[in-house]
Design a protein around this ligand. Structure first.
Ligand code: AGP
Length: 610
């Protein structure tokens, strides 16, 4: 999704802004632009495509500017072209605006401004902003007040940064529903929509909340609400090493993040397992554990991969915590009349913590009085801040658009929450200790699976030209089938569907022929024999079968075309292990197709529009 980077200080701003925008490339975008100020001169440069193309365009320009704002755009209103790219400006090009989010009432505003004689050059919703601001300035307002008044007129979401040639010592920023942070340096201030973009320069971060606006100078800032109340902002020290957001010698972020899983999984459980008590300690839930354990119902809600984690969580909670559990697409929740009671607990799961659909569903759950918890990876993200309490996954920054290590860490945190509730309800000390022992062995087992990378790469060679794939699993491994199919779709653009294996005979079996590869997730568990019968059914129709099977399963080799063997663990933890070969398979197929695995077409890392 769109990215914002800004700089005000003594240095030349362009290299700083370009570097910041590159750090946001993983979010997905289709065009980029930048505008600068120095005294009473200004400039704006835009390009379609990558930030490197914007960089090329800037090469022959004198860039002696020390205030600037840059943007990467992910098209919502109007095609990706230079005119629609940000920054947008007013008629005399004295005001420049970059905007993330959507202005829902842009059409009536645009119509009114047009009637007043304003000429619009782009098709975007965002372009109304510089013209609105211009109108208030012409009435004698300062830039800050003009932005504040303008934002009071718009409905929708925004993260904005505004500069003006007439007040060239400041940047005005504001936030509602789209993230925005400041980075405080010495005699310089950075602005970004994501802390990753400025962590190379400073660790002193200010997070803005919705409906806040600030006037930012190189050495200070003043914040208010957009309804004009003064506020004090806290400065937070963010600990993140720069190499955590670099590729670390790998070709792509996605493979780096897949390979990091022994460590990220370990980090998700570090300090949280109490072996002697057979339970988990989750400091983020302090004060809310009782209410959680007494819930009449738990509703897990999210989008995409995080929604698949919810499905696994449902199996865990029902098996061990014995609390009725449901899973909701966050994107659907507000569009029906959900029955939500004060003794319900919602758990929202999100890697980014900024997914607009999840945030909207969360507001709804809060409005209806439920306890709202969050499981997030990005520290300080909106979901983390707005939930009553929550647990961080601590998987580290995930840059590849296709979620991998964040997913397995979400499963770890769900297992910890399940253990915490289960031990307070029915599960015995011995059973709790057994779960912990198994959890502790997971990082080593993941290491073992990652050693199969070469074998999986060879298997991938056979499927580069496949047009369709079926992913089949049962019980805990049904959500893994859905997640495996999503991974392949996202980065290889091959059509893939996940199904509960037994559902195959109710329809999808009609698709099976020699051109339809089927991936079975078939570890040795209670449904193993039934899954084997499903495999036989596919083989009888000449389908090609890849099986994810247990290490000690020597029967399956003769039955299937390719087998990837993973170590065993208890059922509730098995999805952590079985999902990893599917991540690797999707990765290698996409790489062999020559595709951009880290930034697949049309996708954004953080989906901040509904
Ligand atoms: C994952 O591979 C996807 N890119 C996508 O489905 C993602 O999981 C979804 O958009 C939710 O994101 P979140 O976890 O940041 O809320």
């Amino acid at each position: 999704m769109c990215g914002i980077v800004g700089y005000i200080g003594e240095k030349k701003c362009a290299p700083i802004i370009l570097e910041g925008l590159k750090r946001l490339e993983y979010r997905g975008y289709d065009s980029a632009g930048i505008s600068f100020l120095n005294g009473n001169s200004s400039g704006v440069v835009k390009s379609v495509g990558k930030v490197s193309m914007l960089e090329e365009k800037l090469e022959n320009q004198s860039l002696d500017y020390s205030i600037g704002i840059g943007h990467t755009r992910w098209a919502t209103h109007g095609v990706p072209n230079e005119v629609n790219a940000h920054p947008h400006f007013n008629t005399d090009k004295s005001i420049y605006v970059i905007h993330n989010g959507i202005i829902e009432n842009y059409q009536p505003i645009r119509k009114r401004l047009k009637a007043e004689g304003v000429e619009f050059v782009s098709d975007t919703d965002s372009e109304v902003l510089p013209h609105l601001i211009d109108g208030f300035i012409k009435k004698g307002m300062s830039l800050f007040e003009a932005v504040r008044y303008s934002l009071n007129e718009v409905q929708g979401t925004y993260g904005v940064a505004v500069i003006s040639i007439n007040e060239p010592d400041k940047i005005i920023v504001a936030k509602k529903g789209s993230p925005l942070v400041l980075g405080l340096g010495v005699g310089e201030t950075f602005i970004a929509s994501d802390v990753n973009a400025l962590i190379a320069h400073t660790s002193r971060i200010v997070y803005f909340e919705d409906n806040e606006i600030a006037e930012v100078y190189k050495d200070r800032f003043y914040a208010k609400t957009i309804t004009d109340e003064k506020i004090e902002k806290e400065i937070i020290e963010v600990k993140m090493a720069l190499d955590e957001i670099d590729k670390g010698g790998y070709d792509h972020f996605m493979i780096k993040e897949i390979m990091e899983q022994p460590e990220s999984i370990f980090n998700s459980m570090r300090g949280r397992l109490l072996l002697g008590e057979g339970t988990a300690r989750l400091g983020g839930l302090d004060g809310f554990v009782e209410r959680l354990c007494d819930s009449k119902r738990i509703i897990l809600s999210a989008c995409g991969t995080s929604w698949h984690a919810c499905l696994v969580g449902e199996y865990m909670l029902e098996q061990f915590a014995e609390i009725p559990t449901e899973v909701e697409y966050a994107s659907e929740l507000r569009y029906r009349n959900p029955i939500i009671n004060p003794d319900d607990t919602f758990i929202f799961i999100s890697q980014s913590g900024e997914t607009a659909d999840s945030l909207a569903a969360m507001e709804e759950a809060k409005r209806r009085g439920a306890l709202v918890l969050g499981i997030c990876n990005v520290v300080g993200s909106s979901i983390a801040r707005k939930s009553d309490a929550g647990v961080y996954t601590h998987a580290g920054p995930e840059i590849g658009v296709a979620s991998t290590k964040a997913f397995t860490s979400q499963l770890v945190v769900l297992a910890l929450i399940t253990l915490l509730i289960a031990r307070r309800r029915k599960v015995s000390l011995v059973d709790g200790m057994n779960i912990i022992q198994e959890m502790k062995k997971i990082p080593q087992k993941v290491e073992k699976i990652l050693k199969l990378n070469d074998q999986i790469e060879k298997i991938a060679e056979n499927f580069v030209d496949a047009k369709n794939f079926l992913y089949l699993g049962r019980g805990y491994n049904f959500p893994v089938a859905l997640e495996g199919a999503l991974k392949l779709k996202e980065i290889s653009y091959i059509h893939a569907e996940g199904y509960p294996a037994a559902e195959m005979k109710h329809g999808p079996i009609a698709l099976i022929d020699e051109n339809m590869p089927a991936i079975f997730i078939a570890p040795k568990d209670s449904v193993y024999d039934k899954v084997i019968s499903n495999i036989e059914e596919v083989k009888a129709r000449n389908g090609k079968v890849i099986a994810i099977a247990s290490e000690q399963d020597d029967k399956i080799d003769d039955l299937v075309d390719y087998v990837i063997k993973v170590p065993d663990t208890i059922r509730m933890l098995m999805p952590i292990l079985t999902s990893i070969p599917l991540q690797l398979l999707a990765y290698h197929i996409a790489v062999k197709k020559g595709l951009n695995v880290d930034q697949p077409r049309n996708l954004a890392k953080s989906v901040t529009v509904e």
